[in-house]
Design a protein around this ligand. Sequence first.
Ligand SMILES: [Zn+2]
Length: 589
Amino acid sequence: MNPISGGRTLVREDIEQIIRKYALQNAVKYGGKAQVEPVVGKIFYEHPDLKEKMKEIAELVKRVVREVNELPESRQRETLGKIWPESLVAKRKIEEKVFPPLPNVEKYECVHTRFCPNPDGALHLGSIRAAILCDEYTKMYKGRLTLRFDDSDPRVKPPIPEAYDWIREDLRWLNVVWHDEVCQSDRMEVYYGYAEDILKMGLAYVCTCKPEDFRVMVNANKSCPCRGLSPEENLERWDRMLNGSYGEGEAVVRIKTDLEHPNPAVRDWPALRIVDTRKYAHPRSGDKYRVWPLFAFCCGIDDHDLKISHVIRGKEHLTSMARQLYLYKYFGWRYPDFIHYGRLKLTGSVLSKSKIRVGIKSGLFSGWNDPRLGTIIALRRRGFIPETIRDIILDIGPKPVDITLSWKNICSYNRKNLDTVANRYFVVVNPIVLTVRGVKKPFVSEPPLHPGYPEGGHRLLRVQPERSRVKILLSRSDLETLKSRKLVRLMGLFNVSINEIKRKGILAEFHSEPYVTAKELSMPLFHWLPERGNLKVKVIMPSAEVVEGLGEKDLMNEDVGGIVQMERFGFGRVDSKVDDEIFIYYAHR
Ligand SMILES: [Zn+2]
């Protein structure tokens, strides 16, 4: 036994368990990766007496964080739930309060929801809403969530082979937990079976009319000639659809509905059509199938077959529902309960998958993670964290009204989350030289990595005068302020008096050292760098413009993926490091 704390004696095992708890909590909060500094900060905040053993504790934290980060996210969550269940429960309770309950839960053995992305692109802020809402409800009712890839349109929305994994990765990152996976492209025989059944029942027919002719008839509430065919004749046509006798666009299976239905799009809607898969091969099944189900048909069947209890989706799916209700009536099925939420509009960001696809092809965007896009991978790359995205979606909730979200909103959510965790550094953009005279001694500045957790470590900046002069680098954007202010403070260093501003640089005189003097004289604070020993920094802005500058050398200690705050400039994520150069994707101010 090694008591290292006064009062209630904490043995090393106790301390390690406490550290593990905080590390797991931090990992669960930030997408599976705990960081040392916030854990250290939390330990000393909760157990100030442990500060006596600061070095030992810091070492211990490093080791435990490393161990925790090696666990898959699901294990982290599970372990945290075991050793500290209240940390997970507390948050859930708050969310339950603000979330409207699902309808008719008591009618089902288990709440079963589904998230159905089309893998024809990456997930974005709009499409992720259904995933987070379903996940939240699933967790709330201890139900099941099925991830269903709606990949049944090789013609208009062809799936991208890599997108299946992009989607899984984004969901894991967002802490969305799903229990099973289904691909529509694996269920073709199932759809064929139901198509045949409904043709036999005489409640569907194979229509060979030209689409424009059909539209004229149906808009006039008239039936097309194919509607009166017998089931035998329809099955014969169905065979010809399957065996290739009809070409693309020459035949379609239609579900019989009320021809007086107020919405013309519902009247005798198309359920299956022909796609020339020799030309438009499906990435998973190639040209094996040439008859493909349309959205309302396969989704309606899947929801029933998979025993989905609650469908949570946007109200743009209301037409689909009106179509599916016929299918459910004919098969004698019970329609799932549903929540239809309003549209989520985002100002100032490209969300449309087809626009993104065209932009990538033409070279306008560098990829699905181009910083100008609202895709989840793009946001991730810029330093948005999963908590931010979940917070936004959960705050909006499943309301039926339309919501407009601006980038300003999103950034302020993220800023709030990052402010307490991101390490701070000086990055000087377009440097200008400030020469300070009258510096009598060397200075060592040791600003903390984060002012809220001074125990979490510090950076080191040295200034060594030569013949009482030092050269300091400032951001060119501070030039305007310098022109109007006589006295300024270099953060964490000393105060100077500005003498002369020239095109090539600025001349100043050492004024004083204490921060209080700067405060008393209301000097503006500038971040700065020593003249030598800095890193080259390239910051990729949200506009994709690259801003070049210099950064303090300690920035190299940040891991790729680490989120930093460049003081007086903004937050960003370390994207890569090469030799003495570091690339940062800019998030926001
Ligand atoms: Zn017809």
